[in-house]
Design a protein around this ligand. Structure first.
Ligand code: FDA
Length: 303
């Protein structure tokens, strides 16, 4: 098993979660990638970024609730975030996960929660992006995003270039003018559903990116891959597409230099700002993407 696979497996390991979350040092180090444990931390992080003309997407960490009460509590948390964004006037929108809204319990419960959030978001004029989780949820997430778009304008979702099915999903989303964030994909997926080679994932990303830049509704090109970012800049320049018709998105704490450079070049940049107490699986996925981050964490544990 590769280091990447090991780290992705540990993301779902409750004993490891317990160890890392209880450890004061790893908690401190998680701040490199997570704004903090409460909503105010994400608001503060946004204020700092707005000063640099960078917008944010607030992500309350947490996934896979197993009771209706937890799903309702997540809904309330997301609504609180929308209300505080509106009240403070910061330039932010939100990202949500359907498994945090009870998708594992029932589609009905999840839709009820989602529509409550979207109702609040509509009143506050704030966009809501439905994150994409593991492949067991892809079909349902696409279907729910399309259903939500029939009732609400300000909703979008995410597609992952490592999945074979994504090009066909993307056609449907583009046709219904759903706003899409394009990512490579962060979960451990088997070879019957996903490309295993980085070169194939990247190649598919470029194909999907061009579809979105040419025909998408204000798409988000979410990556830290400079080769891909350069290709996006060249594509819009060569095809006379406005720099303001899409946005680049990156994760909190990753490639801040590149975020600022793109803003200076006149592109929209949005940073995904995770916050909340359930940061462990998120942190492990960031380690898996770049095992050098593990050295950063381990070396800080001994400081
Ligand atoms: P890649 O992994 O090839 O990295 C390219 C370069 O970027 C690396 O060489 C390194 O320099 C830098 N880099 C990448 N990751 C890094 C890290 N963790 N630490 C330091 N440097 C790093 N996934 C998903 O499945 N569902 C989702 O909903 C989302 N949502 C989402 C939102 C946003 C705004 C972003 C940017 C990403 C996601 N993702 C996601 C995660 C995504 O699928 C992917 O795992 C990461 O973006 C890493 O892939 P890159 O595209 O950056 O390329």
């Amino acid at each position: 098993m590769s280091l990447k696979d090991t780290l992705l497996s540990l993301a779902d390991n409750p004993k490891m979660r317990e160890f890392v979350v209880q450890n004061k040092l790893t908690r401190g180090v998680s701040r490199r990638f997570v704004a903090g444990e409460v909503l105010d931390d994400a608001i503060q992080a946004t204020r700092m970024m707005n000063k640099k003309s960078i917008q944010t997407a607030l992500d309350l960490l947490g996934e896979n609730v197993s009771s209706e009460a937890e799903a309702r509590a997540s809904t309330q948390d997301y609504i609180n975030a929308i209300q505080l964004i509106h009240k403070t006037g910061i330039d932010a929108n939100i990202s949500i996960k359907l498994t945090a809204l009870g998708l594992d319990i029932s589609r009905e419960l999840c839709l009820e929660q989602l529509f409550q959030i979207l109702e609040q978001a509509k009143q506050a004029n704030i966009f809501v992006c439905i994150d994409m989780e593991g492949s067991a949820y892809t079909a349902q997430t696409i279907e729910i995003a399309l259903a939500a778009k029939e009732r609400f304008e300000q909703v979008g979702t995410v597609v992952q270039s490592y999945l074979y099915r994504t090009q066909s999903d993307l056609e449907k989303l583009i046709e219904q003018k759903v706003r899409v964030r394009l990512v490579k994909g962060a979960y451990k997926e088997p070879e019957n559903v996903a490309f295993q080679q980085k070169s194939s994932v990247d190649q598919n990303y470029l194909t999907l990116m061009k579809m979105l830049l040419a025909r998408g509704n204000f798409p988000a090109i979410a990556t830290h891959d400079e080769v891909i970012i350069d290709a996006a800049c060249a594509y819009v320049r060569d095809h006379g597409i406005s720099k303001t018709s899409f946005e680049f998105q990156m994760l909190y704490g990753i490639r801040r230099d590149l975020q600022e450079k793109l803003v200076q070049q006149g592109y929209n940049v949005r940073v995904y700002v995770p916050y909340g107490s359930q940061w462990y699986p998120y942190l492990m996925r960031r380690m898996a993407e770049r095992p050098a981050n593990l050295i950063f964490v381990v070396s800080n544990m001994w400081r």
